[in-house]
Design a protein around this ligand. Structure first.
Ligand code: ATP
Length: 282
């Protein structure tokens, strides 16, 4: 497993712990002793209770944060600065509001030194791929949430990333748009096959999209269990695969594992809230 992760685009976290300093000056451990492998071209989803450290895991893979202990390797190289070949898609769109759609999509190639005309031509191809060829001159605020998300995907994929890091990319969308975007993401991923690390709160979404689902424990997070999702590909419409009997079995099995962590995280936050109330009442 270790050898395969060394190939282009493989991600490997070994014994990774990340501590932060809180605003009060205390040390807090966000993730603890995390071991995680994403094989090149694999779609890996990470689920876990809120606040357990999923986004922290992504920022470590991106090289935006450094581990306090352990190592992060991408394509076999230890990550010690911003990782090359990575595109990030967040919950918010991260588009520049003062630039039209075409310019937003062309930004990556322009930053890398591609001539403006060539970058625009490439951006037009990507807008065509995500079904927005008629919106090149619109500004982000003139688009719907789903359309902005498509622009974000085009802006990420135009960079031909070997790694795509996605932090709850569709959570702000309504259910129907979310399903459409999931299908679009799968068909785009099947064309270019970057390694994907996809953080979500939605277990159904994780199983419908991924080759592998990683369940993290209540914070400080460590990896609790890893499930291989052996549903056939291409998956077809994510709305339909949810009714497949094997999908339901996988859901049941993974939810069993996740439920306990969600319960623990919830009771911890309730304890903190109760303690705060008690302190305030004194
Ligand atoms: N830069 C930082 N400084 C201090 N604490 C941080 C920092 N980044 C994250 N944390 C803390 O680390 C913990 C994990 O945060 P993280 O955002 O990784 O969790 P998450 O699982 O992605 O949460 P959610 O599911 O709610 O999005 C949280 O307690 C958070 O407050």
């Amino acid at each position: 497993m270790l050898e395969t992760a060394v190939a282009q685009g493989g991600i490997e976290l070994t014994g990774v712990t990340k501590r932060f300093v809180t605003p009060a000056g205390d040390a807090m451990t966000a993730i603890r002793d995390v071991n995680l492998v994403v094989e090149p071209g694999q779609f890996c989803a990470v689920v876990g209770p809120t606040g357990c450290g999923k986004s922290t895991t992504l920022t470590l893979a991106a090289g935006l944060e450094m581990p306090s202990a352990g190592t992060v390797r991408v394509s076999g190289q230890i990550v010690d600065s911003i990782t090359r070949g990575v595109s990030f898609v967040f919950q918010s769109d991260a588009l520049l509001p003062w630039k039209p759609v075409l310019e937003n999509v062309a930004l990556g190639p322009i930053f890398r030194g591609t001539k403006r005309r060539d970058a625009h031509a490439e951006a037009r191809d990507w807008l065509n791929t995500v079904g927005l060829s008629g919106f090149a001159n619109h500004y982000p605020h003139q688009l719907s949430g789903g359309m902005r998300k498509r622009v974000s995907l085009a802006a990420a994929l135009i960079n031909k990333p070997s790694i795509l890091l996605m932090d709850e990319p569709f959570s702000a969308l309504d259910v129907q748009t979310r399903a459409i975007m999931s299908n679009e993401l799968l068909s785009l991923w099947e064309k270019t096959k970057p390694s994907v690390l996809f953080v979500t709160h939605d277990l159904e979404e994780a199983i419908a999209l991924a080759d592998r689902v990683v369940v993290m424990t209540a914070g400080p997070a460590t990896v609790k269990a890893v499930y291989d999702i052996n549903l056939p590909r291409p998956r077809g419409a994510v709305q339909e695969i949810r009714f497949d009997s094997h999908f339901l079995e996988l859901y049941q099995q993974i939810w069993e594992s996740l439920r306990e962590e969600v319960r623990q995280a919830y009771s911890r936050t309730s304890e903190v809230a109760n303690n705060m109330e008690a302190t305030t009442a004194v």
